[in-house]
Each structure stands twice: as C-alpha cells, then as structure tokens.
Write a protein that binds this ligand. Structure first.
Ligand SMILES: [Zn+2]
Length: 125
C-alpha cells in the first residue's frame, strides 16, 4: 500500500477535468468518464467523416448538373454559390501537359484559380 502511495501521481481527468491521484499515466477519474470520453471521440470522428461525405455528395450533384446542362467551364464563384466546395476531392491526377485533374468519384475536372473546366464523367473505372 505504501508503495502505491509513493508511486501515485497527480492526474487530471481528460473527460471531466477532476483532479486526483493515481498510478502514473492515469487519465480518467472513473470508468464512466473513460467511456464518455471515448464515445465522444468516436462520435466526433463519425460527424467529421459524415460532413466530408455530405460535401462530396453536394460537389458531385453540382458537377453532374453542370455536365447535364452542357456547361464545360464555370466560374468558381458560381460553382461555390451552387454549393460546390473545391477543397473536397476524392482524387488528384497531376497533369503532364495540361492542367491537373481533380476527381469527385467518377467525375473529373480541371481547376484554375477562377474556373472549374473540362468537367467530364470518367468511363469504366
Ligand atoms: Zn472524470
């Protein structure tokens, strides 16, 4: 018992912030706090992935509509007004001779500072 007390270190619960003493490396005051913290972590991660998938889905819709309308070059501001978020892509193909291509699932496009252009649906992959 004495050894335990000697080795006990001050800790602050990662979940509730309560301070106490325990074995070196202790992070939580209770099993409940440990569970709550891990559950929040999983929930945050799920929300984060869900937000990205939603943004990619919206990008896909905007690009699909552009193809359907026959718009091959669109001002980036107009794209963003339609809900397009250029920072979300599913792939990137560096261009050897022409511009780099970006992927949104099976749609690819080129991008300059001001325009999204050469939008096309990739066949067979
Ligand atoms: Zn706690």
């Amino acid at each position: 018992m004495k050894e335990y007390i000697k080795e006990a270190k001050a800790y602050k619960c990662l979940n509730c912030g309560k301070t106490g003493f325990g074995r070196a490396g202790r992070k939580f005051c209770s099993q409940e706090c440990k569970n709550a913290w891990h559950n929040a972590l999983v929930r945050d991660s799920r929300l984060y992935r869900s937000r990205i998938l939603t943004a990619l889905g919206r990008n896909y819709s905007v690009l699909s509509e552009a193809i359907a309308r026959g718009e091959l070059s669109i001002d980036i501001i107009s794209m963003e007004n339609r809900g397009f978020r250029p920072c979300y892509i599913t792939g990137y193909i560096p261009g050897r001779y022409r511009g780099d291509r970006y992927r949104c699932f099976d749609i690819s496009y080129c991008r300059s500072a001001s325009r999204v252009y050469n939008i096309r649906k990739e066949e067979g992959d």
